[in-house]
Design a protein around this ligand. Structure first.
Ligand SMILES: *Cc1c(COP(=O)(O)O)cnc(C)c1O
Length: 407
């Protein structure tokens, strides 16, 4: 039975013992109930240092410091932004902020980009993009009388680049896409898509929610314009932790945020009669930053940045290959098929499988102590968070899936 999914559990345990990220994994909370958690790409596990930082921020900076703490708090959105930007986005200092949610940040950036391309009436996205991204585009088109071009997406392979190239033309104001597809994990080429859009004079807004902390991202090298993404998945910032946004430095002075909040002004405490935007990325701030959440996130980011994206990506790749070997050897006879790109370089830190009874299987897995995600249609999504997923988690999860399928 041990080798019925191709690899033995002993082999998985040996891989864990030899894992260079073992010490990093030990920095996270494991509840001790034997839970097999393959969902770190929905909500990352809690780093112990983040819990300590959260408590310290509450007890010392808030409860004791009260308003006297503001001087150390004021620049946190930019400080944490720079830390994420340097470690995980390939951004230069002063290009990243941490504020609000991915949805709100995407909205800000989409509107700013549209306003920077007056006379152009087309928004381009792909029909497999994440729901919030598609709805934002739909809403903006509705509010402003614009047209949406939805590029057809292969559910497993991601958007088709030829169709994308055909959809982008002189009428296109903005192209918005996810770098790593949430369903299949398919990865787009940041530089290639950016170049394609720039040739038509359009701006690109990237969603990096499944990228930061999972795969290498180099926004500067790609010549990227604008990006946003969440921090509670691979960056382990905690439920609802604030999102980041990226604005390339030379664009900052040209773009106007649609939300004119007091934190986005040149001089917050001048409280002047009129809105005067900050000259830099801070113009994309709105109101008071979520300090407790920022402190929690900052500790998580520092922990992960201490390891760096290259080892994290290497581990995620190894987990993906191990999971794929197990699935092919042990699950394909039950009608389970790969629903992610085959080549590790073409997918993010996840492996998606397809089965007609996927929804039911994911429910049954949860009852059997294995947390994975169901995604429409017929997809079982296995999150392979490099920092916290063990090879034995993958083996146990897939072996329990095999037992469910065989029974
Ligand atoms: C998780 C995720 C989001 C989440 O947006 P919120 O505003 O934080 O709810 C957005 N886009 C993508 C691609 C995601 O995977």
């Amino acid at each position: 039975m041990a080798d019925s999914i191709g690899r033995t559990r002993e082999e998985a345990a040996a891989r864990d013992a030899a894992d260079p990220l073992r010490d990093l994994a030990a920095q996270f909370v494991y509840s001790g109930d034997g839970l097999i958690y393959l969902d770190g790409n929905s909500l990352g596990r809690a780093p112990r240092v983040a819990l300590v930082a959260l408590r310290q921020a509450a007890e010392e900076e808030w409860a004791h410091g009260l308003i006297r703490s503001w001087p150390t708090w004021l620049d946190l959105p930019r400080q944490v932004g720079d830390e994420i930007g340097a470690a995980f986005l390939g951004a230069r200092p002063g290009e990243v902020l941490v504020t609000d949610t991915t949805t709100v940040n995407l909205y800000r950036l989409l509107v700013a980009a549209l306003d920077a391309r007056p006379g152009r009436s087309v928004l381009v996205t792909d029909d497999g993009n994440f729901p919030t991204d598609r709805y934002l585009v739909e809403g903006l088109a509705h509010q402003r009388g614009l047209t949406v071009r939805r590029v057809p997406t292969d559910l497993d392979g991601g958007p088709d680049l030829d169709s994308l190239a055909r959809a982008v033309d002189v009428d296109t104001a903005v192209v918005t896409l996810s770098h790593v597809a949430y369903r299949s994990g398919a990865v787009l080429d940041l530089a290639q898509v950016t170049e394609l859009a720039h040739q038509a004079g359009a701006l690109v807004v990237w969603d990096l929610s499944h990228s930061a902390g999972a795969v290498p991202v180099d926004l500067a090298a790609a010549g990227a314009d604008l990006a946003a993404g969440c921090t509670y998945k691979h960056l382990c910032g905690g439920p609802g932790s604030p999102a980041y946004l990226y604005v390339r430095s030379d664009l900052q002075g040209q773009l106007t945020s649609p939300i004119w909040g007091w934190f986005g002004t040149r001089d917050l405490f001048a409280m002047g009669p009129r809105y005067e935007p900050a000259p830099d990325v801070r113009r994309f701030l709105g109101g008071s930053p979520p300090i407790l959440a920022l402190r929690c996130l900052q500790a998580a980011v520092r922990l992960l940045a201490g390891t760096g994206i290259a080892p994290l990506h290497a581990k995620a790749t190894a987990l993906g290959e191990f999971a794929l070997d197990c699935a092919q050897a042990g699950l394909s006879q039950y009608g389970v098929a790969l629903a992610s790109p085959r080549a590790p370089a073409d997918r993010g830190a996840q492996l998606t499988l397809r089965h007609p009874r996927a929804a039911q299987l994911v429910r049954e897995l949860a009852t059997a102590g294995v947390i994975a995600d169901y995604r429409e249609p017929e997809r079982i999504r296995l999150g392979l968070s490099a920092a916290t997923t063990r090879f034995t988690d993958v083996w146990d999860g897939l072996d329990r899936l095999r037992v469910l399928l065989a029974g």
